[in-house]
Design a protein around this ligand. Structure first.
Ligand SMILES: NC(=O)c1ccc[n+]([C@@H]2O[C@H](COP(=O)([O-])OP(=O)(O)OC[C@H]3O[C@@H](n4cnc5c(N)ncnc54)[C@H](OP(=O)(O)O)[C@@H]3O)[C@@H](O)[C@H]2O)c1
Length: 283
């Protein structure tokens, strides 16, 4: 049976990534069930087991994603990002359902002076990052068929993201600041979704890093956003992450080495600058 004869459940299917993924899968002809709060809670075993009934694959985009909030809500982050993922893995293994799980660059401390490979040792520096790493490990221990795709600096149309937040700030002030010491690759959820579709088609197993091609600092991304929008009258100042104390620490180096996923994807990863232009143009 091919991918398109099968049902796929997308957990967190109304979140930022989940929304675009459901659209991509449906456009490719898949039968998709999008499940999300409030009618679906991944921490409830009976609800997760029901979600797995009659499906061949499940994609887990559900997560507690409030990075600063997790510092004060450790238990909730652990319940959603760790224990629920282990439970999902066990229930899916029992039913023979393939799991595609989404994780994050926040499993790393960001201290490495090169892009992170899948073989690099994780060392989270936030409660959120630790809970996501524990979720990866719980899924790996469950013994079923799975792939984990770590993504970073994602943006999409559903909900707020760092690009929409920056544009909102630009609406209200001409004097903008952006951190210049965080480097990664802004990555459009539409491009992530296209890659996830390929992995689903292949029933690919293992751990993969996915990001847009190329690297940039957050400051360079902000410059590109202003240029795309023709906002040349705005003053943009570089600043440092340390200038903006937050509850959670963030890795300064979020760069991914994507050689492993490049070797299995037919479609080349779009460059961050081209994808950003397409997103801002409403494409
Ligand atoms: N955004 C980024 O920059 C980024 C970077 C790296 C990795 N990721 C990963 O990408 C994946 C998708 O995240 P996203 O960016 O799409 O964030 P998102 O928009 O917050 O999506 C997460 C979804 O999960 C739902 N959810 C939360 N708790 C749940 C529960 N107990 N049961 C069922 N659903 C629940 C959320 O619902 P509510 O909105 O109602 O809470 C939301 O719809 C996550 O694994 C995240 O860790 C994101």
């Amino acid at each position: 049976m091919g991918l398109y004869d099968q049902s796929i459940a997308v957990l967190g299917g109304r979140g930022m990534l989940g929304t675009d993924l459901c659209q991509t899968l449906r456009a490719a002809g898949c039968r998709v069930t999008a499940l999300d709060l409030p009618e679906f809670d991944i921490t409830a075993a009976d609800q997760t087991d029901r979600a797995l009934t009659g499906v061949a694959a499940v994609v887990n985009c559900a997560a507690y994603t409030n990075v600063d909030g997790a510092e004060a809500h450790r238990e909730l982050a652990a319940a959603v990002n760790e224990r629920a993922v282990g439970q999902l893995g066990q229930l899916a293994a029992a039913r023979g359902v393939y799991v595609l799980h989404i994780s994050t660059d926040f499993v790393f401390d960001g201290d490495l002076d090169r892009p992170y490979r899948e073989t690099d040792a994780p060392r989270p520096i936030s409660v959120y990052g630790a809970s996501k790493l524990a979720g990866e490990q719980a899924l790996q221990a469950a013994g079923g068929a799975y792939a984990i795709v770590r993504v970073q600096w994602t943006y999409g149309r559903a909900g707020q993201n760092f690009i929409s937040k920056f544009l909102s700030r630009a609406d209200t002030t001409d004097d903008l600041a952006m951190v210049a010491d965080q480097v990664g690759a802004p990555t459009w959820t539409c491009d992530v979704s296209a890659a996830l579709l390929e992995l689903l088609e292949q029933r690919r197993k293992g751990l993969y890093h996915y990001a847009a091609a190329g690297y940039a600092s957050r400051f360079e991304v902000a410059e590109a956003i202003l240029a795309e929008r023709g906002l040349r009258g705005k003053r943009l100042r570089p600043c440092r992450t340390a200038d903006f104390p937050a509850a959670a620490r963030r890795p300064l180096n979020s760069r991914f080495d994507c050689a492993a996923i490049d070797a299995v994807l037919a479609r080349p990863r779009p460059h961050w600058r081209a994808a950003l232009a397409q997103y801002l143009a409403g494409g």
